[in-house]
Design a protein around this ligand. Structure first.
Ligand code: GTP
Length: 311
C-alpha cells in the first residue's frame, strides 16, 4: 500500500490508548503458577470417568506436505488437512492434545514425505508419545497429476481428492485405508439408444474407498495412479485441462463409443478394484451431475474380499 503524506489528516491517539478506548484493561495481579511443573495437570487426572472413549484428538489441521507419485509431477508439495486421534481409557480424564501438533512439527522439520511407510512410523510413535493403546492419523489433500490432451498432447494439471488413513494398535497392528475422488464424463446409454442423434451427458464424481491388505508396501506400486486409472478408464471419457479442436473431436467420439449409466460406472470400477491384489475391501460410489435434470444420479457398491474368500 502506498503511503502518501497528507497534512490534512488528523492525528490519531497512540495505539495503546486506542486499545483502551476499545475496552482493553490493565492485567490484574496474577496468583496462579506460570512454571509448567507447578501447573495442575487436569488432563492426566486418574479416576473412573464413566466411559472409555473410542476416539479423542484434533481435526482440521492444515499443513503443507510433500507427496511422491509415479505420474508427473513426481514430487509435489500440497496442503494436507489432518486429523489425529487415539482411544482413551475410562480412567483418564483427557488426552494431551499438544502432542499431536508437536509431533507433526517434528516430522515436518525433518522433511516429512507422506506415504503409508511414514504414516505407519508416525502412528506408532504417536501412540507411544500419548502413552495410549492406539493412534490414528488421517490426511486429506488434493493430488495433482499431469494430463495430456488425446490428440495434440498439450498438457496441464488435473487433480483428484485423496484421503490416507493409518491406525496403529499395539495388539492388532496397522490398518491402512485410502480414498480417491475423481471426476469423469459419462454419456447416457438410454439417450444414445433412443435418439436420432446426440446423447446427453453428465459429470461423474467417482469415489473409491479402500482398505489395503495388511502386507501392502508402497515399494513398486503407486496406488493413487491405479485408483485414478480405475475411475477414468471405465468412464465414457476422461477430463482434460487443455483441449484443441482435434482433441475435442476425440473426446466427443470416445464418449459416444463408451456410454455409461451411473450403475455401469460403479460396477466397472468395482471390477478393477476386485482385481487389484493390494485391495482387501472397497466401496465405490458415483454421483452423476445430470445435465438434463436439476438432480444428480447416484449408485454405490461395497465388497469385502476377505469375507468372500472365507465363505
Ligand atoms: N484434553 C483436552 N485438551 C484440550 C481441550 N481443549 C483444548 N485442549 C488443549 O490442551 C492443551 C494442553 O495440551 P497438553 O498436551 O495436555 O499440555 P501439557 O500437559 O503441557 O503437555 P505434555 O508435557 O506433553 O503433557 C492446551 O493447549 C489446549 O489447547 C480438550 O477438550 N481436551
Amino acid at each position: 500500500m502506498s503511503q502518501t503524506k497528507n497534512s490534512t489528516l488528523k492525528q490519531l491517539p497512540h495505539k495503546e490508548i486506542r486499545h483502551r478506548l476499545f475496552g482493553s484493561v490493565e492485567p490484574i495481579e496474577k496468583t496462579k503458577p506460570t512454571e509448567k511443573e507447578n501447573m495442575h495437570d487436569i488432563q492426566n487426572e486418574k479416576k473412573d470417568f464413566l466411559f472409555e472413549l473410542d476416539s479423542v484428538g484434533i481435526t482440521n489441521v492444515k499443513h503443507p506436505i510433500t507427496i511422491k507419485s509415479d505420474m508427473k509431477p513426481t514430487t509435489q508439495t500440497t496442503i494436507g488437512t489432518f486429523s489425529f486421534s487415539s482411544s482413551l481409557p475410562q480412567t483418564s480424564k483427557g488426552t494431551n492434545m499438544s502432542r499431536f501438533t508437536e509431533q507433526l512439527n517434528n516430522y515436518y522439520s525433518e522433511g516429512f514425505v507422506v506415504s503409508f511407510t511414514s504414516l505407519k512410523a508416525f502412528t506408532k510413535e504417536l501412540s507411544e508419545r500419548l502413552e495410549q493403546q492406539d493412534a490414528t492419523i488421517e490426511i486429506s489433500f488434493p493430488w495433482f497429476f499431469e494430463r495430456n490432451a488425446p490428440h495434440t498432447e498439450l498438457s496441464g494439471l488435473n487433480h483428484a481428492d485423496i484421503t490416507m488413513a493409518v491406525t496403529y494398535d499395539k495388539l492388532s497392528g496397522y490398518t491402512m485405508c485410502a480414498s480417491l475422488g475423481g471426476k469423469v464424463a459419462t454419456l447416457c446409454p438410454c439417450s444414445k439408444e433412443i435418439s436420432e442423434y446426440s446423447a446427453h451427458n453428465q459429470r461423474g464424481n467417482i469415489t473409491m474407498e479402500i482398505e489395503f491388505t495388511s502386507d501392502f508396501t508402497e515399494g513398486a506400486i503407486d496406488w493413487k495412479s491405479h485408483l485414478l486409472e480405475a475411475a477414468e478408464s471405465n468412464a465414457s471419457s476422461r477430463l482434460y485441462p487443455v483441449l484443441k479442436r482435434p482433441d475435442e473431436k476425440v473426446v466427443t467420439e470416445t464418449a459416444y463409443e463408451n456410454p455409461r449409466f451411473v450403475e455401469d460406472i460403479v460396477r466397472l470400477v468395482a471390477a478393477d478394484l476386485y482385481e487389484m491384489d493390494f485391495v482387501s475391501k472397497f466401496k465405490v460410489s458415483c454421483r452423476n451431475e445430470e445435465s438434463i435434470h436439476l438432480h444428480d444420479a447416484i449408485a454405490s457398491v461395497s465388497f469385502d474380499k476377505s469375507a468372500k474368500s472365507s465363505e
